[in-house]
Design a protein around this ligand. Sequence first.
Ligand SMILES: [Zn+2]
Ligand SMILES: [Zn+2]
Length: 133
Amino acid sequence: MGYYVVATRDLKANEEIFTEYPSAIGCSHRRRQRIYCIGCNLKDEFFPKHGRLVQCPGCSWQACHEECPGLTDPLRHANECEVMKQLPLSDGDLRQVCQIFPIRCMLIQRDNPQLFAMMKEMGERALKERDPK
Ligand SMILES: [Zn+2]
Ligand SMILES: [Zn+2]
């Protein structure tokens, strides 16, 4: 949710300055025409079985392949699969993939209130930086 980082020294090309894992991943409205794996967020053009729709065995949302490690990883899709079962994916309506990010944020709010409070604070700060009225 931050927009930029300011360096305090000169950086070399391709120098790794930090590694950070996202709290939640989802697709934006602008990319809604793409299909992403519900387990690992891989774009459909990189799916191993390109051209054939593969679904998560639990919730039926699209997946890159049946054995995608993200489908059973509790830090990725495993915890949200029960919720996604209640939101069946309509045929051909790719706008539904935009539901993934808010659902993931709500699950963080339920399961990790401390992380959610930090995400909320960062989001509010980013909004103030973007529109400092
Ligand atoms: Zn996958
Ligand atoms: Zn699932």
